[in-house]
Ligand binder design. Structure first.
Ligand code: PA5
Length: 425
């Protein structure tokens, strides 16, 4: 289980501290399925369900792709994209010798980005995993049409064998196409919203193709959700949810999530969607932003240290570094760095993190630390379960429906009208 350290937030909280009584009610509302959006709480059992149903098929499909292709093109956006990318960049930032390269497309409408990907893909053998619950989202649907044409050019009447769909179990354009052409179709469960779906085939198939041990992820997630059911202020999800709500009520309206691991960057993007879409509604919500330390200390550091005092900071720290680099000693000390000679880079990074924490607290930024042992399958599962659980509790504490996203439709409506989609108004 992750550990949450609120010591750096203590002086900024209200006198009464985090409202654990409210967190307890929110947790009960969630687990009793009595709250707003209760029909989208299937993610709580998702790891066990996947283990009992689709996991063997996901592993089989991943094995087939790994055995015959040099690349997997994953087509999806939002909740049908960010989790897999976050996981792969965190755990497999550089593909191993036998790992296919995973390309992500359909997450925007940039012709330049698409042609850059096509150039990188070159003449590699590839498979496509198209992921869309609705099947009607323009960005992935448009990219899929382009890649279907490419597959037909490359593989002729075998093109359909290179397509794997992840979509609704029963309805939608993509489901219809999958049935018509015989593509293997994995399920985006009805009771799981996109941003909570990373532990379904949505995230697991691309992760498995990238060489991540998804069975390990699922086993760890099953244990993690059990542990997070703890009904006590010792529950890290309560601590994080209640502390951030307490800070929000005191005017800290923006939360920056940071890490000292650059490979965490897309996990932070996943977190931004999870919290932004779940909490930003009814004119309420903490604006989720992200930073990458130490790099951003040289770009955002000034604002964090002494801009408007609206920021709270949450730092994900991996307590054990995977690698070790000891700084060499140099007799002449020509660069003046002998004061760190003999020290491990990971230790220097820890000192830097402590120094940053002290500086930001003294500058008026409440600091929360989320500690996870390692950047591995278990660590990833812990973070996903923790953030999902805390997000739902935090959303219920603030009185919103954490599982809908009506605001996302506004731009789509305008875009479809402006593009002349039949029936759009
Ligand atoms: O969280 C969500 O529901 C959204 O981000 C969706 O995942 C995103 O809009 C993509 O939708 P779809 O999977 O229907 O293409």
């Amino acid at each position: 289980m992750v550990k949450v350290d609120l010591s750096g937030a203590a002086q900024f909280l209200t006198e009464a501290g985090p409202d654990y009584a409210l967190a307890e009610i929110a947790h009960k509302t969630l687990s009793d399925r009595t709250g707003l959006g209760k029909e989208f709480t299937g993610w709580l059992e998702l790891p066990q369900r996947i283990k009992d149903t689709e996991l063997p098929e996901i592993l089989k499909a991943a094995e087939l792709i790994r055995s015959r292709s040099k690349a997997l093109v994953v087509i999806g956006i939002g909740g049908s994209y960010l989790g897999a990318r976050g996981a792969i960049e965190l755990l497999k930032p550089i593909p191993g010798e036998n790992d296919p390269k995973v390309f992500f497309v359909g997450n925007g409408l940039s012709a330049d980005a698409l042609s850059d990907t096509l150039r990188q893909l070159g003449d590699m053998d590839f498979d496509v995993n198209v992921i869309s619950k609705s099947g009607t989202t323009l960005e992935p649907a448009a990219a899929f049409r382009i890649f279907r044409v490419l597959l037909e050019k490359k593989y002729g009447d075998k093109a359909n064998e290179h397509i794997f769909a992840t979509t609704d179990a029963h309805k939608g354009v993509l489901k219809g196409l999958a049935d018509e052409h015989g593509w293997p179709a994995f399920v985006v469960p009805d009771d799981v919203g996109g941003r909570f779906s990373v532990l379904s085939a949505v995230g697991l198939l691309p992760m498995a193709v990238a060489g991540i041990d998804v069975a390990k992820v699922i086993d760890a997630a099953i244990e993690e959700f059990k542990a997070l059911d703890l009904r006590s202020p010792e529950n890290p999800a309560w601590q994080y949810a209640a502390a951030r709500q307490c800070l929000y009520n005191k005017g800290y309206a923006v939360e920056i999530l940071g890490s000292y691991e650059p490979s965490f960057r897309f996990m932070a993007e996943w977190w931004k969607q999870l919290y932004g879409e779940s909490e930003g509604k009814d004119a309420k919500g903490i604006f989720p932003a992200s930073v990458e330390f130490t790099a951003d200390l040289h770009s955002m550091g000034q604002f964090i240290q002494s801009g408007p005092r609206i920021l709270m900071e949450s730092i994900v720290r991996f307590t054990h570094s995977r690698d070790s680099y000891v700084f060499p000693f140099e007799e002449a000390d020509s660069d003046g760095l002998n004061y760190i000679a003999g020290r491990d880079m990971a230790d220097v990074c820890k000192v830097a993190a402590d120094a940053v924490k002290e500086a930001h607290i003294s500058g008026g930024v409440p600091n929360m630390v989320i500690e996870v042992p390692r950047r591995d399958e278990e660590g990833f599962a812990s973070l996903v379960c923790f953030f999902e659980m805390a997000c739902a509790i935090s959303g219920y504490m603030s009185g919103v429906n954490p599982f809908n996203q009506p605001g996302v439709e506004a731009y789509k409506k305008n875009m479809f009208r402006m593009l002349g989609k039949p029936g759009a108004v």
